[in-house]
Design a protein around this ligand. Structure first.
Ligand SMILES: CC(C)(COP(=O)(O)OP(=O)(O)OC[C@H]1O[C@@H](n2cnc3c(N)ncnc32)[C@H](O)[C@@H]1OP(=O)(O)O)[C@@H](O)C(=O)NCCC(=O)NCCS
Length: 231
């Protein structure tokens, strides 16, 4: 059997997903963050951004980085069905990343959210962008969500007042290992969207172009003293 035929047998079915239109968010610092959907050409910068955080246990960056690394690679290698990746970039430098997956008509599965540039609610903004994509553009009615860190629990479960579906375990369970599942419904999204989901469209093409080629950060607040390219 030719390798390409075998490769096709290894790939999951793929739906044609609506694109996520890019937007521009002004952070509390005044910096402008381009939020856009990633394509496979971004994979090198995304993996290079996530990789150093494997060594950061504080605030559970290690487990989230490890899982997100695997999700980005799985998306690139066509080993996960209907995954999408959205990035936030300031002057082209990656500030945060989210991963997620369209499961079937009406249902989304939120994977991970990772903030590089801290203290500006970059992760909160990107999580909202991910929910916007699921419900407004992919026309889903529910998104299943779990938290792998106390900060994540505060940001999503508490701040969104997500519906607790954990009592329905094991019939209803999130893909990430069956930890307690919470759900964002369309009704809840409509209620929180005016507060949680910011940004403007369309983006000036010149501003959008600053995020054409993504750059991994050279330093991380999570890794004091670490500099890219230095061993
Ligand atoms: C959860 C997460 C995505 C939230 O991102 P965010 O909205 O951009 O928020 P930040 O990470 O900047 O800040 C969160 C809290 O950390 C603290 N914090 C802020 N800046 C910090 C810094 N430079 N260093 C350490 N802690 C900081 C603050 O207490 C802040 O809480 P508050 O803003 O509600 O007062 C992000 O904290 C993250 O990537 N964490 C590691 C991975 C993770 O847990 N992902 C979610 C899995 S469910």
């Amino acid at each position: 059997m030719a390798i390409d035929q075998l490769e096709m047998k290894l790939r999951p079915p793929a739906d044609t997903l609506a694109p996520y239109p890019p937007k521009l968010i002004t952070l509390a610092s005044g910096e402008k963050m381009v939020v856009r959907e990633c394509t496979h050409k971004d994979v090198g910068a995304l993996l290079a951004t996530v990789h150093p955080l494997l060594a950061v246990p504080k605030d559970y960056y290690d487990i989230v980085a490890a899982r997100m690394y695997s999700e980005i690679l799985g998306w690139f290698r066509h080993r996960v069905a209907n995954e999408f990746v959205i990035v936030g970039a300031v002057d082209g430098v990656i500030a945060g990343i989210v991963t997620s997956r369209h499961v079937k008509s009406g249902l989304g599965m939120s994977l991970h959210t990772l903030t590089i540039k801290r203290g500006l609610r970059v992760g909160a903004q990107l999580f909202a962008a991910k929910m916007e994509h699921h419900i407004d553009y992919l026309s889903e009615n529910e998104v299943h969500i779990v938290a792998e860190s106390p900060i994540g629990f505060k940001r999503w479960m508490i701040e969104y007042e997500l519906e607790d579906r954990s009592a329905q375990y094991p019939e209803l369970r999130h893909e990430l290992g069956g930890v307690p599942t919470f759900t964002l419904t369309r009704k809840l999204w409509e209620a929180v969207k005016p507060v949680k989901c910011t940004g403007t469209r369309p983006i000036d093409p010149a501003v959008l172009a600053t995020a054409d080629k993504l750059t991994p950060p050279s330093e991380y607040v999570q890794l004091p003293g670490w500099k890219r390219g230095q061993s």
